[in-house]
Design a protein around this ligand. Structure first.
Ligand SMILES: [Zn+2]
Length: 176
């Protein structure tokens, strides 16, 4: 097994799941994972932490002369992503034209092919980021809300045993 392959497997978990660490003492988040909090040092309470994958463009660059193995993707965008939880990570931005990217643009993590490794015959996958458009953001927020409210409804229906719950505020109030 080559060193590259061993490294690949060792980094598989964090690379697939955007897993870092957080300090339970001060609440700071770290990516890539750190074993000690630079603030708290010996008081560090380091725990594994899975990032939500939401963030925004902190800064970026457009790569036009791609290194070996990446030619098929050029030109492409590399950005420093400020994760919602506070850590930074560097990643490629996909589904976005170089002229459309801007600092502060909301992003979400996505899972894409990183490189096809000819020598070892493996294709490496990993996290990348893509623009989080307002519509998708609305839809995902609504989905979360729906899931939460339908759970609530199911629970309250069970409790009351009513089959046709009437909505509050169906009839307009007099006066007001
Ligand atoms: Zn700390």
């Amino acid at each position: 097994m080559s060193e590259g392959l061993a490294l690949h497997w060792r980094l598989l978990q964090p690379r697939y799941n955007l897993i870092g660490t957080m300090c339970g003492n001060c609440g700071d988040h770290f990516f890539p994972p750190r074993n000690i909090c630079p603030e708290c040092r010996r008081k560090s309470k380091i725990e594994r932490f899975r990032f939500s994958g939401r963030g925004e463009v902190y800064t970026y660059t457009v790569v036009r002369a791609a290194p070996t193995g990446f030619e098929f993707q050029a030109p492409y965008i590399i950005a420093v992503v400020a994760l919602k939880e506070g850590a930074m990570c560097t990643a490629q931005i996909v589904d976005c034209l170089p002229e459309d990217i801007s600092i502060g643009m909301p992003l979400e993590m996505t899972f894409r092919k990183v490189i096809a490794d000819d020598d070892a015959g493996i294709i490496r996958y990993g996290y990348k980021f893509r623009p989080l458009d307002a519509l998708a953001q609305k839809a995902s927020d609504a989905a979360v809300e729906n899931a939460a409210s339908s759970t609530k409804k199911a629970v309250s229906n069970k409790k009351s045993g009513k089959s046709s719950p009437k909505k509050k505020g169906d009839k307009p109030k007099k006066g007001g």
